[in-house]
Design a protein around this ligand. Structure first.
Ligand code: SF4
Length: 456
């Protein structure tokens, strides 16, 4: 397994990515669009692109990911896809009757210079229907950029200010699972906060089996609520890489104040989020939430001997990696490697700030725009006790015989993960359980018979 990874150092590369820790921009754009109720994502490019985007999401969520395409062939690739887009908009509204189409570009349509803004200014959209668009060239950025671009597109093109305040909190949840979004909603509900969360994939990618196929499941942010975002009282952006842009757009366009914070993974980051909810609502933190926090701290104390000074390598989306690293530090672990394939100019600075707080900055390596091939080489040079990330790391885990915890995106070889939160105090409990089980299973596997304990 991965026998060709050099074992004698870390090879320097500048123009080649091997085993990327990211995927293409439209995957994120489709995910964001599917978090809007009765929205059909539309890929302005070839059929092969949208097949990939849908497949990628379906493999992670184990649910169908609907999206349409401009179906470029040779003609559109040479002369431009304007005619294809016009036909597609007519057909999609006629056949599938969405309330809104969310159009993103692809490498092909970007390379030939298709201008969605000018095309759309000439295309008639049926009465009462809406079209949102964004640019997602996949030779730059990542799925996180695509997610941010589509969310920003909804804010920029749909949100309005009527002057009648809604008193609502605008929550930009970050690139997280439906289980995380449900956890945000549960926490906001405990403070009695009225909110609009954009996007909201709960009830879409975790919709129940009813025996009837629903093209548009019950979940998703209502378009009319997106329109009212301009009248929101405040916004919170969770995850700088995925959520800062839509929050800034809302602030620029409609002067809705905003706070940007990390994903609430771990006790400290969840404290920051819960405090923000308390400030916004004007309510003290309810006992039920304090109780959960106390339970997490108790669990951390109970299991601390299994985590202390263990070296962990974490890879995946930047906001998720920083969040998981924060929890690992709270547990006494050393996040010796933190890797994201997504570009995030502040990634190293954010990682350093986290590590500095524990005096560990000089023992750890954090890098954006990196790949799993480099991570593998570095693990060979400086072994770790635990590997945490999406499915694409399983070959490294097998090759180097490292305990492996699947967390983040994508997870294509397991079930249930998208229903279970990583955020909030409950998410911290789940991550601690997953990581401690992995470490203790390894101890059970490797120990001698006389040390094979029933009680740990
Ligand atoms: S060609 Fe570009 S947009 Fe299409 S699937 Fe590949 S990376 Fe994504």
């Amino acid at each position: 397994m991965l026998d060709l990874t050099p074992r004698d150092g870390v090879a320097q590369r500048h123009a080649l990515v091997i085993n990327p820790a990211k995927t293409c921009q439209p995957v994120g754009a489709v995910y964001a669009a599917l978090g809007v109720h009765r929205c059909m994502p539309h890929s302005h490019g070839s059929q092969g692109c949208v097949a990939f985007h849908r497949m990628y999401l379906t493999r992670h969520f184990k649910e169908p990911a609907m999206a349409s395409t401009s179906a470029f062939t040779e003609g559109a690739s040479v002369f431009g896809g304007g005619a294809n887009l016009k036909t597609a908009i007519r057909n999609v509204f006629d056949l599938y009757d969405p309330d809104v189409m969310a159009i993103h570009t692809t490498c092909l349509s970007e390379t030939i210079g298709d201008d969605l803004h000018s095309y759309l200014s000439d295309i008639e959209v049926p009465e009462g229907k809406h079209v949102i668009y964004c640019s997602t060239p996949s030779y730059v950025g990542s799925h996180i950029w695509g997610f941010a671009s589509m969310t920003e597109g909804f804010v920029k093109q749909a949100a309005q200010k009527s002057g009648v305040a809604t008193g609502r909190l605008a929550l930009f949840p970050g690139f997280v699972n439906p289980g995380d979004m449900r956890e945000y909603k549960r926490l906001m509900g405990q403070f009695g906060i009225r909110y609009t969360m954009l996007p909201d994939t709960s009830g879409v990618f975790d919709a129940p089996m009813t025996g009837t196929f629903e093209l548009y499941p019950k979940g998703g942010t209502r378009f009319e609520d997106i329109v009212r975002l301009g009248d929101a009282a405040h916004s919170i952006a969770l995850g700088e890489a995925a959520s800062e842009r839509p929050a800034s757009q809302l602030q620029r366009d409609h002067r809705v104040s905003s706070e940007v914070m990390g994903l609430p993974i771990g006790v400290v980051a969840t404290d920051v989020f819960v405090s923000a909810l308390s400030r916004f609502s004007g309510e003290p933190v309810p006992y039920a939430i304090e109780e959960e926090r106390g339970q997490v701290v108790d669990i951390m104390l109970d299991a601390q001997q299994y985590f202390k000074s263990r070296r962990v390598a974490i890879y995946g989306d930047p906001d998720t990696v920083l969040g998981i690293a924060s929890l690992c530090l709270e547990l006494g672990m050393v996040p010796s490697m933190m890797v994201t394939g997504s570009p995030m100019p502040t990634f190293q600075a954010r990682a350093s700030a986290l590590l500095d707080g524990y005096g560990l900055a000089d023992q750890c390596w954090a890098q954006d725009k990196a790949d799993l091939f480099e991570l593998h080489q570095r693990i060979i040079q400086g072994p770790v006790d635990l590997l945490v990330g999406g499915t694409h790391g399983k070959q490294i885990a097998r090759a180097e015989d490292i305990p492996f915890v699947r967390a983040g995106f994508p997870i294509m070889d397991r079930y249930v993960h998208s229903y279970m939160p990583l955020v909030g105090y409950r998410g911290a409990m789940r991550l601690i359980e997953l990581m401690s089980n992995a470490l203790m299973d390894r101890q059970d596997r490797d120990c001698s018979d006389e040390d094979f304990e029933m009680v740990m």
